[in-house]
Ligand binder design. Structure first.
Ligand code: TRP
Ligand code: MN
Length: 447
C-alpha cells in the first residue's frame, strides 16, 4: 500500500509501485506534514561519509577487510539512553578488537543503530487472549504496548525517529572520535560488564596484550593517530519509504541523491520484490546498500539485484546479507555464491546468523540457540572457503546488556532463564558475553 500524495524527483519514483510493509497511516495529511518537516530538517549523515563506507565495503568485497555489523533488532525511543548506547558501542568495539587482533584484518564497524526503528511483520495483526490488535511495527510506527490506542500508526513517530536517531548519532560520534574509542582504553570498555565469564577473562587478557604492544610502540617512538579513534557507521533497514524519501538529499558535489538517514541501508527479506517500491527507491540512492537473502532466494534473483542495484558493478555498492539458517546455509548458499562469482560481479557477502535460527521456546519466548548461530557462521565460512570466495562479515543482533534472550553460550543461558531479562521489543539478541564469545570464535575462523 502506498500513499498517493505527489512528490517529484528520483527519490519519489517508488510511489507508483507496490510497497510492501508500509503502515496503514490513518491520517495522510498529518503524514504529509511530518514528512514535509523532515525534508527540511538537517541531514543525519553526510554523503562523503557514505562514500567512505562504500570504499570500505569494496575492501570487504575484495577480501581485504571484514564487516562487523550489529545492534538491536529494534531500537526503541525509551531505549535511547546514554547507558544503552554506550553498552552497545563498547560491545561492538570489544568485538572489533577481538577480530582485528586475532585475525590481523581491518574491521569495518557498522551499527544497526540510529535508525533501526521500523519492523516488517509476518502478520498485520496480533492476537492475545482472544483480543486482536494491529501488530507492533516498531517505534517509528506505533507502540509496543498491547492496547488499541498504542497500536494505531502515528506519523508523528517518524519525527521522533529522526530525533532519536540524531541523539544516538551525536553520542556515537562523540564516543568514537572523542577519545573513548582510543585503543589505549581497551581495558576500560570492559568496565561495568559482568565479566567473570570465559569470554570476559579472555578479553581482559587480550586488552593486556594490546597494552603491552602499545607501550612497546610508544617506547619505540611510534604513536599513530589511527589508534586514537574509530570510523563507525550507522545502518538500518530502509523500510519506511515515506521517511527515507523525506531524508533523501542531493549531494552538491555530485548532484546525486543520497539517503541521509544512515550511511548504509538494507532491503529486508520481506520487501525485496524486484519490481517493488523498495528496490526502486534503493536503485536511486548512491549509498552503499545491502539486500538480505533468505533460503528461498534464487541465483537468478541475486543476478537481477546486481543488474538493478549495481549496474555499473561499482565495488562496495552492493552487499548480500545471507540469513539461511544453520540447517540450510551449506545447501543453499553455494549456488548463489557460485552464480554471482561466475558473473564476475563484485559484491560483499555477509552472514546474518540470527534470522534463520529463531524458534519459540515452550515458555512462549522467541529465542535462538548460540550453537545454531555459531554453526551458521561456520557453514558460511566453509562455503566460501570451498568456492575460493570471501566470507566478508557478520551481521548480528546484540545488546550490551546482560539480557537472557538467546540460549546457550559458554556462560549458558538456559531455556528456564529466558523470563529473567527478556527485554527485546522484537527479536532475541545476544547479550554482552555471548557477543564477545562469538567474536572470539569468528576470529578463529578468520585466522
Ligand atoms: N583506528 C583503528 C581501527 O579502526 C584502530 C582502533 C582504534 C580500533 N580504536 C579501536 C580497532 C577500537 C578496534 C576497536 O581499526
Ligand atoms: Mn530481527
Amino acid at each position: 500500500m502506498t500513499n498517493q500524495l505527489p512528490t517529484s524527483g528520483a527519490a519519489g519514483s517508488w510511489r507508483s509501485l507496490p510497497a510492501a510493509q508500509q503502515p496503514p497511516w490513518p491520517d495522510p495529511v498529518l503524514l504529509r506534514e511530518v514528512t514535509d518537516g523532515l525534508s527540511r530538517a538537517p541531514e543525519l549523515v553526510f554523503a562523503e561519509e557514505s562514500d567512505r563506507l562504500r570504499e570500505k565495503m569494496a575492501a570487504v568485497a575484495r577480501g581485504e577487510a571484514f564487516l562487523l555489523q550489529g545492534g538491536d533488532c529494534a531500537e526503541t525511543f525509551e531505549g535511547t539512553t546514554a547507558d544503552a548506547i554506550n553498552g552497545k558501542l563498547r560491545t561492538l568495539l570489544q568485538m572489533a578488537v577481538a577480530l582485528t587482533y586475532a585475525a590481523s584484518v581491518p574491521v569495518v564497524k557498522v551499527g544497526r543503530i540510529a535508525g533501526q526503528y521500523a519492523k516488517p511483520r509476518s502478520r498485520p495483526v496480533e492476537r492475545r487472549d482472544g483480543v486482536e490488535l494491529p501488530v507492533y511495527r516498531g517505534d517509528a510506527v506505533n507502540g509496543l504496548e498491547f492496547t488499541a490506542g498504542s497500536r494505531v500508526p502515528d506519523p508523528r513517530r517518524l519525527r521522533r525517529m529522526y530525533e532519536s536517531s540524531a541523539a544516538t548519532l551525536n553520542l556515537v560520534r562523540a564516543f568514537t572520535t572523542g577519545g573513548l574509542a582510543d585503543l589505549h582504553q581497551a581495558h576500560a570498555w570492559n568496565r561495568g560488564f559482568v565479566d567473570d565469564s570465559p569470554a570476559g577473562r579472555r578479553y581482559e587478557e587480550l586488552a593486556g596484550e594490546i597494552d603491552r604492544s602499545l607501550r612497546f610502540m610508544a617506547a619505540c617512538g611510534v604513536d599513530p593517530q589511527e589508534l586514537r579513534a574509530v570510523e563507525f557507521f550507522a545502518s538500518h533497514e530502509g523500510l519506511l519509504l515515506d521517511y527515507e524519501e523525506a531524508l533523501t538529499r542531493t549531494d552538491d558535489r555530485t548532484g546525486l541523491p543520497y539517503a541521509t538517514s544512515g550511511h548504509l541501508l538494507w532491503i529486508g527479506e520481506r520487501t525485496r520484490e524486484l519490481d517493488g517500491a523498495h528496490v526502486e527507491y534503493f536503485s536511486r540512492i548512491r549509498n552503499p546498500i545491502a539486500v538480505k537473502l533468505g533460503p528461498t532466494a534464487t541465483p537468478d534473483e541475486a543476478l537481477a539485484y546486481i543488474e538493478r542495484l549495481n549496474p555499473q558493478d561499482e565495488p562496495g555498492r552492493l552487499t548480500f546479507i545471507v540469513r539461511m539458517g544453520a540447517g540450510q546455509v551449506r545447501k543453499r548458499l553455494p549456488v548463489l555464491v557460485e552464480k554471482v562469482a561466475a558473473n564476475g560481479a563484485s559484491v560483499a557477502w555477509v552472514c546474518d546468523p540470527m534470522h534463520g535460527n529463531t524458534f519459540e521456546a515452550a515458555s512462549g519466548h522467541k529465542t535462538r540457540r548460540f550453537e545454531d548461530i555459531l554453526d551458521e557462521v561456520e557453514g558460511f565460512f566453509e562455503v566460501h572457503r570451498a568456492l575460493g570466495t570471501h566470507a566478508g562479515g557478520i551481521h548480528v543482533e546484540l545488546t550490551g546488556d546482560d539480557v537472557t534472550e538467546c540460549i546457550g553460550g559458554g556462560d549458558e543461558v538456559l531455556v528456564g532463564d529466558l523470563h529473567r531479562r527478556y527485554e527485546t521489543a522484537c527479536d532475541p539478541r545476544l547479550n554482552h558475553r555471548q557477543s564477545l564469545e562469538l567474536a572470539f570464535l569468528v576470529a578463529e575462523m578468520l585466522r
